[in-house]
Design a protein around this ligand. Structure first.
Ligand SMILES: *Cc1c(COP(=O)(O)O)cnc(C)c1O
Length: 451
């Protein structure tokens, strides 16, 4: 068999998701209602989420069955390949073995489709006809548009206004699958109208787009809201990535020493790493590294406390690493990583020392992306290239020490819609942003008080 390109049969798509809440030494504190100041009552969330997803959000059952219909749809692109980056190893002159799990083969081009299909399925099952969501760079909106189309559901996407105009092809992609896209702030919601009244030229933010999508879903009984990262059920659905990877390594008789994944809200990292973190809890030696932008360093520079998930303070208050819900990250070209908070599960594992984190600056991310593209023939998403940059750094350390470590990274998506960013880089127009220390300190002053 080919040990450099490891494929699995369709029958080897995992039949269950792995829920790390069953095995963590200590669970994150329960989310707090922004209205009552007490732990959120499930009824508060039933206005926007279906019961099955709320159940998955809270359960401590270790294995959760993947519905046949979901497995059938994700089999369009799953199992995804595990590939050895031989030419990259050679170009680096490293004794390290570098493998990557290729999630860019999904219909929307990133790992996000894994949870989008599951979320659409459970909403359909609960009789919901429409889903609303926000999207920044457009990857999540694309994944949900595709997934709603599979179940004959309507999909409405509030897209951060700057991205709406900067990424016209993401918008076109979503329309192909029948979704409606509106630039946020919009005239369709109170949150949007108020923002436009304050500033008609407001460029929009992820936090505001979330507020618009949540407001609409809460106000209509046929409509729910879907989130593309952060929450426990999203991390759960992404574990198909790591579970497949474990089977693939077993087939070639190998095992990773280190795992690198880019980290925005945390679900991509959770997806590849959590099944391996279980191995670690059971005594195996493996280091999982969450890689984030130097300009939005939630784990490496944020604090572990309680904060809102959005600017408008509509979401529950979660125990997590945060830079403050008011923090506006610099306009880096990795829209999928510009988030002030972090998955409570990833945060708790980091706090408990079961995983590690690193941050990388933008220019190193883009030069690593170009090297990977040249050697391996795949244009990576700028988000994914954070993991590539950290892997390359480790491989060069191995070159110095002579260690032949096995390194694994998640290629969370392709970068075919990111050509404007790549052109800005090759034209020498991209820059590094200074670590926004003052802005972070300022926004950390506005954390909610939790007793
Ligand atoms: C959204 C996105 C990420 C970040 O994912 P999180 O699960 O929020 O950490 C990484 N890579 C790609 C390609 C993305 O689209």
């Amino acid at each position: 068999m080919d040990k450099d390109r490891v494929y699995l049969d369709k029958s080897e798509i995992p039949k269950q998701w792995y829920n790390i809440m069953a095995d963590m030494p200590k669970l994150p504190a329960p989310p707090i209602s922004p209205i009552t100041g007490k732990p959120v009552a499930p009824e508060e969330l039933l206005a926007i989420f279906p019961p099955a997803l709320l159940e998955q959000e809270m359960t401590d059952k270790r294995w959760i069955d993947i519905p046949d219909e979901v497995r059938e749809i994700i089999s369009l692109w799953r199992p995804s390949p595990l590939i050895r980056a031989r030419r990259l190893e050679k170009a680096l002159g490293t004794p390290a073995k570098i493998y990557y799990k290729h999630e860019g083969v999904s219909p929307a081009g990133s790992h996000k489709t894994n949870t989008a299909v599951a979320q659409a399925y459970y909403n359909k099952e609960a009789g919901i006809k429409r889903l609303t969501t926000e999207t920044g760079a457009g990857q999540w909106g694309s994944a949900l548009s595709f997934s709603c189309a599979q179940f004959g559901m309507e999909c409405r996407v509030y897209m951060v206004k700057v991205s709406y105009f900067q990424k016209p092809y993401r918008k076109a992609f979503m329309k192909m699958f029948g979704a409606e896209i509106f630039p946020s702030p919009s005239e369709l919601t109170n949150a949007g109208r108020e923002a436009l009244k304050r500033n008609p030229d407001m460029p929009g933010s992820l936090g505001l787009a979330i507020s618009e999508a949540v407001e609409e879903a809460a106000g209509r009984s046929d409509t729910n809201y879907a989130l593309g990262s952060v929450l426990n059920h999203v991390c759960l659905h992404q574990t198909v990535i790591g579970l497949e990877t474990q089977k693939q390594f077993a087939k070639i008789g190998a095992y990773p020493d280190m795992i690198f994944a880019s980290c925005g809200g945390g679900s991509n990292f959770a997806g590849i790493a959590f099944p391996f973190v279980l191995d670690k809890i059971n005594g195996k030696k493996v280091t999982a590294v969450a890689v984030e932008p130097a300009s939005c360093p939630t784990l490496t520079k944020g604090i572990y406390t309680y904060d809102y998930g959005d600017v408008a303070k509509l979401t529950p208050i979660m125990q997590m690493y945060t830079l403050g819900h008011d923090f506006e990250p610099p306009a880096i070209h990795s829209g999928g990583l510009r988030y002030h908070g972090e998955s409570p599960l990833v945060s708790a594992l980091y706090n408990q020392g079961l995983i590690t984190a690193q941050s990388v600056p933008q220019l190193e991310v883009f030069s690593s992306a170009l090297m990977f593209a040249k050697e391996e023939g795949i244009v990576p998403a700028p988000e994914s290239s954070h993991a590539i940059a950290a892997t390359i750094k480790e491989a060069l350390k191995c070159k110095e020490s002579g260690e032949a470590k096995t390194l694994l990274f998640c290629l969370s998506g392709h970068g075919h819609f990111d050509m404007m960013s790549y052109e800005a880089f090759t034209d020498g127009k991209l820059e590094d942003y200074a670590y926004p220390e003052a802005a972070i300190a300022e926004s950390l002053k506005n954390l909610p008080e939790v007793k």
